[in-house]
Design a protein around this ligand. Structure first.
Ligand code: ACM
Length: 521
């Protein structure tokens, strides 16, 4: 053997002198502490992993087969293993059980136990099992998110988690009015929301620039009012069957759709579609700009209220969830007294159709029904009308625009989005407490949080990805995790660990400089 060849082999001889490294699988084991939102309690069992193999099956208690199928489908796609689903109990494998969870987990929580022999998720209800499989998903190697078969191995770190949400309402809003998004884009977004345990999808279905849901009794709303979008491009609308597909897709993933028809302002698309809805009987042209506050339904016409009754009636019949959002924001073209009278009447109409009203917090200037939820979108931490309403029993959804609005730019260089509420990088999105944000509003008045994404500048799923990631998971953690876990340094590590997963999933996330992304940015 030549000297040169000996020298070339030297590194391999030296390697054999090193202490034995971790087993080959260890490199792929996801750290237990990377789950977002951070679980209430988790204990890692050092050195123990469960390996998903060609013989792994998923066992489901009666009723949980659909959840088991979703988990199995995820595993089959990237492992290539058969992953059969069968009735519990099974030996080894993954079990989804509706018994044995501690009562503390409530309706949406779960207990997860990973040992060398099995993975067991226990919950008191299906929503809890669904949340449990999201945690398991995040504990699988990132290659599980690939769309094609990968070599593996597929270790899951051993340990024990007991987890449940801080707030019952953890939402995201998508504005499909300023730009229209097809059903497939909404379903893609739902998949992303579910991974972070968000349980409400608020769809902003109408605005000045477009009406996006077919209403049989007022067909021009969709066919004419939905025909364009911001910037003048082609619009679009959901048929009632499309909307029901979204609702069912969401429901199968324990996400409740909250439809919004914004009124009395933000109504140019409706006013353009039907001249009699206008006080002067003249339909304005369609609008494709981005101004706000210039349109109003005619609050003095009886036709306005039969219009709302029919629209709300059809939408309520298509919506199994409890809520119907009536907007109510930025009604600058409606006199204050007319606004209050209109909102009070609109609330009664929604209630008559069996739904609970949600409105932007502007509705606190009217007389909220005891059940009405107000969605706070202000940029200050004090609001007299909201404070009074909360003290009188109104529950709040917190979406402060300078914290939770996903359409705000990250900084001055962000190519998409707006900046009227300020720049929002990840630390700002994460750095607040929804339960203690508004002066004079107790935590008990807060039902939860929501991250709205307005789409004046957003036109594709890649754009949605860019604005939602990584801020959406920050808002999701505020909604789920106990505030005692709130810690920016720890959060940014967990969040950074999600980056490789988003990369594999094809999520076009913003590589915020505030986060150290494994493998660089
Ligand atoms: C809003 O941003 N106008 C609710």
């Amino acid at each position: 053997m030549s000297i040169r060849r000996l020298l070339a082999l030297l590194p391999f001889f030296l390697l054999t002198l090193l202490p034995a490294g971790p087993p080959a699988t260890a490199a792929a084991v996801v750290a237990f502490g990377t789950v977002v939102p951070v679980p209430v309690t988790s204990t890692v069992t050092t050195g123990v992993t469960y390996g998903i193999t060609a013989s792994t099956a998923v066992y489901a208690d009666p009723g949980a087969e659909g959840i088991a199928e979703r988990l199995a489908a995820l595993l089959r796609r990237s492992t290539g293993y058969p992953v059969p689903v069968s009735a519990a109990p099974g030996v080894g494998g993954v079990s989804l059980l509706l018994s044995g969870a501690p009562a503390t987990v409530g309706a949406e929580g779960y207990q997860l136990d990973v040992t060398a022999a099995s993975i067991v998720i226990r919950a008191t209800g299906l929503a809890g099992l669904s949340n449990g499989i999201q945690t398991l998903h995040q504990l699988l190697p990132v290659a599980v998110d690939a769309a094609t078969v990968q070599p593996g191995p597929w270790p899951v770190p051993g340990g024990h988690i007991v987890d449940y949400p801080r707030f019952g309402y953890r939402g995201a809003m998508l504005d499909v009015a300023r730009h229209f998004f097809p059903v497939s884009a909404v379903e893609r977004y739902i998949d992303q929301l579910v991974l972070y345990k968000i349980n409400y999808l608020h769809l902003h279905l109408s605005d000045d620039q477009g009406w996006r849901i077919a209403i049989n009794s007022w067909p021009n709303l969709a066919t004419y009012g939905g025909s364009t979008a911001v910037g003048g491009g082609a619009g679009g609308y959901y048929t009632q069957a499309d909307y029901q597909r979204i609702v069912s897709y969401a429901a199968a993933r324990f996400v409740t759709v909250v439809p919004e028809i914004d009124m009395p302002g933000h109504t140019n698309a409706a006013l353009a579609s039907y001249a009699p809805l206008n006080c002067d009987g003249v339909a304005p042209p369609l609008y494709t700009g981005t101004d706000v506050g210039f349109s109003s339904l005619c609050t003095s016409k009886e036709l306005t209220y039969s219009f709302i009754d029919q629209v709300v009636g059809e939408l309520a019949a298509l919506t199994p969830g409890p809520y119907l959002h009536i907007g109510g924001d930025e009604a600058a073209s409606t006199a204050p007294a007319d606004y209050a009278a209109f909102i009070n009447r609109a609330q009664q109409i929604v209630a008559a159709h069996g739904k609970t009203v949600v409105g932007w917090h502007d509705v606190t200037k009217a007389t909220p029904l005891p059940s009405t939820l107000a969605q706070y979108w202000g940029t200050t931490t004090r609001d007299a009308a909201v404070q009074t309403a909360a003290q009188n029993g109104t529950k709040l959804i917190m979406s402060p625009a300078n914290r939770a609005y996903l359409d705000m730019k990250y900084n001055s260089r962000t190519p998409l989005g707006q900046s009227w509420a300020g720049y929002i990088d990840v630390k700002t999105a994460y750095g607040w407490d929804p339960g203690a944000y508004l002066t004079g509003v107790p935590a008990s008045a807060v039902l939860g949080v929501e991250a709205p994404l307005w789409t004046e500048t957003i036109t594709t799923s890649a754009d949605i990805d860019y604005m939602a990631f990584p801020r959406l998971p920050a808002i999701a953690e505020l909604g789920w995790s106990p505030y005692s876990t709130h810690n920016w340094t720890a959060f940014k590590q967990r969040l950074g660990a999600q980056g490789p997963r988003w990369h594999v999933m094809g999520v076009n996330y913003y590589h915020s400089a505030q986060i150290s992304w494994p493998g660089g940015s």
